[in-house]
Write a protein of this length. Sequence first.
Length: 121
Amino acid sequence: MPSLFEVTAGSLVGPTDGGTVTQATNKSTGVTLNTESGQITMNNAQLDAGTEVSFTVTNSKCSATDAPYALHSSGGTGGAYLINVNTVAAGSFNITVSNVSAGNLSEAIVITFVGLKGASS
């Protein structure tokens, strides 16, 4: 892996594997994706204005000291959602999605995540 000083524009350094998964049933349904990065297509169930929902991402690459990062990358109304990663544990992490718009939304948004390796010492 090149050092950060050797990286040039358009040549990102990061995970070497990724994948996709689609959430079944509703927005609180957990998903499994055992890759260092990936995209989660959420179920299009309604998320009321001013509310939030959480779901678990089961991921064998994740350890309790890691720092997963996630964002709303496509689908749905841009700027209407806040994405937060929390409850990081060995083998899983949670994603909380908040509808910060003034209206109820029924959109199958796509969340992109990447696992950043962490350490406790």
